[in-house]
Ligand binder design. Structure first.
Ligand code: FAD
Length: 449
């Protein structure tokens, strides 16, 4: 059917290396970009607050970039199956293109919409864009999904290398008449009363151009020290690309190929491998954020929640320097260094004995890179209940972790300087006693195994 092509943008807010956009351009009809804020479709997890802030700015940037090239971005809100079909009908579009999503409810929604559009004689195609390896293409010798990272990544590396990134289009033929669009401000994605986003604004510039600049800067200035210093939260040695990948401002293919061209990066590439693995696990276990992957952990005797402890953890008032520094970095910037994420998560689960799901929800709400696979996957990794997880009984000592990874105190000085003075706060729990209580509780899991 002739008529404009709709490109439905989701977690791929970019023009470069965007196969759905490329397919639309190749069809030689006017192109309409569409973003749907879907807070109603069943099972799709509503965005956290920090994510909403990022989305607002990234959509602003995407809209400008599409318009500069002659295209358009239509914003609509509602259940995606209805809204996409309405937009197709308003635009008299002949085709819809999108890049795939891998969560369970998202796949179901996309499959349903695909059938409905085809029944309306609209051309529909979906593309691989957000992962280097489609989850169903990576299988063990027995044909099953992987549950351990090292053989998973080895199997990925034995597959054909990720395709080269597609060039960014210079011109986009827009429609004569653009279908009606919401105004972004009406979506109220930004916090107003109170406006707590000052730290996010100081830290980040969402959007594809800033993402590309950060990638170049990382490859030029930081990649060489990545292997040595990636675990030191005060070293600034990591890429800070996680929100860029989360929102698809950069494709993993672009990051992969530019890193390989920069001539190093085995360790860095394997971190991208962890991202692939988390999505592989989510694809095969859609309820990753709710259910222990190892069912014996269902027997874990979580004590009754002490709200004051959860609150102290969320606000960075646990009296444990590295944990408090991390939680304050998170609150201020929407980001926390990976080593500190592990320590702060371990403290919640194993010293405060609070269910990992409470921590996962807090991160979901406060991280700008909150990701439906990486977040629950890593929480379950720390809690011991996940795929290829850290053994439960290896409990981080947050004070030793600080001495080892922040030996000069740079990180704690920046985020929790109150810990460096004479009367620094005392831990709200005894680390030794709580460690022992955690190990006792773990006995129930062992018995259930
Ligand atoms: P770099 O070290 O530069 O790594 C490059 C990229 O590799 C990252 O951008 C990320 O996409 C990927 N990556 C690195 N480490 C991991 C990992 N452990 N698991 C999966 N992918 C990884 N990452 C998220 O993107 N979103 C989340 O919601 C998230 N929640 C987490 C929760 C906990 C409890 C923990 C322990 C980790 C979590 N991570 C999450 C993983 C990791 O902490 C971040 O990806 C990393 O800190 C991002 O910083 P960076 O981009 O500088 O990382």
């Amino acid at each position: 059917m002739p008529g404009p092509s709709v490109v439905w943008f989701r977690d791929d807010l970019r023009l470069a290396d965007n196969p759905a956009l490329r397919a639309a351009l190749d069809r030689d009809e006017p192109v309409i970009g569409l973003y749907v804020l879907d807070e109603e479709s069943s099972g799709i997890r509503p965005l956290g607050e920090a994510a909403r802030w990022w989305l607002h700015h990234s959509l602003t940037s995407l809209g400008e970039r599409l318009r500069e090239r002659g295209g358009a971005l239509v914003l609509r809100r509602g259940p995606a199956d209805r809204v996409v079909r309405e937009t197709v009908s308003d635009a008299a579009a002949g085709a819809v293109f999108w890049n795939r999503r891998y969560g369970g409810p998202e796949r179901e929604a996309d499959a349903g919409l695909k059938s409905a559009l085809r029944a309306d004689s609209v051309e529909v195609s979906s593309f691989a864009a957000s992962l280097l390896f489609e989850p169903w293409t990576v299988r063990t010798g027995a044909g099953t999904p992987f549950s351990v990272f090292t053989p998973f990544w080895r199997a990925c590396l034995a597959l054909p290398a990720p395709r080269a990134p597609l060039a960014e289009p210079r011109e986009i033929a827009g429609p004569g008449r653009t279908p009606a669009s919401d105004s972004l401000g009406d979506w109220a994605l930004l916090p107003t009363r109170p406006d707590w986003a000052g730290g996010l604004r100081e830290t980040w510039e969402p959007g594809e151009p800033a993402a590309r600049r950060r990638l170049q800067e990382f490859l030029r200035d930081d990649l060489a020290q990545y292997d040595r210093a990636r675990d030191e939260p005060g070293a600034g040695a990591t890429s800070l690309l996680s929100p860029r990948l989360r929102w698809g401002e950069l494709s993993p293919h672009t990051v992969w190929h530019e890193t390989v061209e920069a001539g190093a990066g085995g360790r860095f590439l394997s971190e991208l491998g962890w991202r692939e693995f988390a999505w592989h696990v989510l694809f095969h276990h859609p309820d990753l954020a709710r259910r222990n992957l190892r069912p014996e952990f269902d027997a874990f005797p979580w004590p009754r929640l002490q709200p004051t402890h959860l609150d102290a953890w969320q606000r960075g008032r646990t009296g444990v320097a590295l944990v408090d520094a991390g939680m304050k970095q998170l609150w201020h910037t929407g980001y926390m260094h990976n080593r500190v994420r592990m320590v702060a998560a371990s403290f919640l689960v194993k010293n405060l004995l609070i269910d990992w799901r409470r921590g996962e929800e807090w991160f979901w709400d406060t991280l700008v890179d909150a990701d439906a696979a990486n977040n629950p996957f890593n929480w379950q990794w720390v809690a011991g209940s996940g795929a290829d997880a850290a053994p439960y009984f290896r409990i981080f000592n947050p004070q030793l972790q600080a001495r080892k990874f922040d030996p000069d105190g740079h990180y704690v000085r920046e985020w929790a300087p109150e810990h460096l003075g004479e009367d620094s706060p005392e831990p709200i729990v005894d680390l030794g006693e709580t460690r022992k209580a955690a190990l006792d509780a773990y006995e129930h899991v062992k018995r259930a195994a």
